[in-house]
Design a binder for this molecule. Structure first.
Ligand SMILES: [Zn+2]
Length: 229
């Protein structure tokens, strides 16, 4: 699996020979790199291929590592992100609950990562269901079924049957941004595409959606990494 001479490639590059037509580079989630070679490709062409893409690899790896770091910042057992703010987490409490004015989450169980995640996710799901319901009422939208999930790549989705699912991490976004995600799915109830008419509907439901989109572009990928791995 490593026919290329060591020293020629950085140690984070894994070389793999496969029955493929073209050379291919893949940046893994842990910032390691896979260089996939056709069975008969020469070492020289592989090295040249990699060399030409070194700058691209560097910038991609920097991005992945920065995202990981941002996600690791949420691993602290005594805090949890909610509504874009850091909430304090207290254990051995009378009940599982969230207090937005104190920015505090209480957990019945003793202090552990599993207990924190379970309560955090449950509170997020509860919060999103309530918000989706009240937003539907406010905007006069009819939703069929709602599910809150642990999607790896999406914030929400909407089916032609009018079922909406949201990523539990939407509750971790600032309120305005989370409400935009909800409005975005509401707009899909009318237009199952991203046409200009769809965006006009988004704007009607959520007039400042552009700021939310900007926030997601800047912070979304780090947030998507929260409590994965
Ligand atoms: Zn969409």
């Amino acid at each position: 699996m490593m026919p290329i001479g060591h020293g020629a490639l950085p140690n984070y590059v894994l070389v793999e020979r496969k029955a493929v037509k073209h050379l291919r580079l893949v940046i893994n989630r842990d910032a390691s790199v896979r260089l996939v070679l056709p069975k008969r490709a020469s070492m020289r062409s592989a090295l040249a291929f990699y060399g030409e893409r070194q700058a691209w690899v560097d910038s991609k790896r920097r991005l992945v590592l920065a995202q990981q770091q941002a996600a690791d910042a949420y691993d602290d057992l005594d805090s949890a992100l909610f509504y874009g703010e850091s909430y304090q987490v207290a254990y051995n409490a009378p009940r599982d609950a969230i207090d937005h004015s104190l920015q505090m989450i209480t957990v019945r169980a003793p202090r552990s990562a599993a207990a924190r995640l379970r309560v955090w996710r449950n509170l997020a799901a509860l919060d999103l269901r309530q918000r989706l319901e009240s937003e539907a009422e406010r905007l006069a939208v009819t939703v069929n079924k709602v599910s809150i999930r642990d999607q790896k790549t999406r914030w929400g989705s909407c089916s032609s049957k009018g079922n909406i699912s949201l990523n539990w991490r939407v509750a971790l976004m600032p309120l305005d941004v989370g409400n935009y995600i909800i409005a975005h799915e509401f707009a899909h109830l009318r237009h199952m595409n991203h046409s200009p008419r769809f965006w006009a509907e988004v704007e009607r439901l959520c007039p400042n959606y552009r700021a939310a989109e900007r926030w997601i572009k800047q912070q979304g990928s780090a947030l998507m990494m929260v409590q994965r791995r």
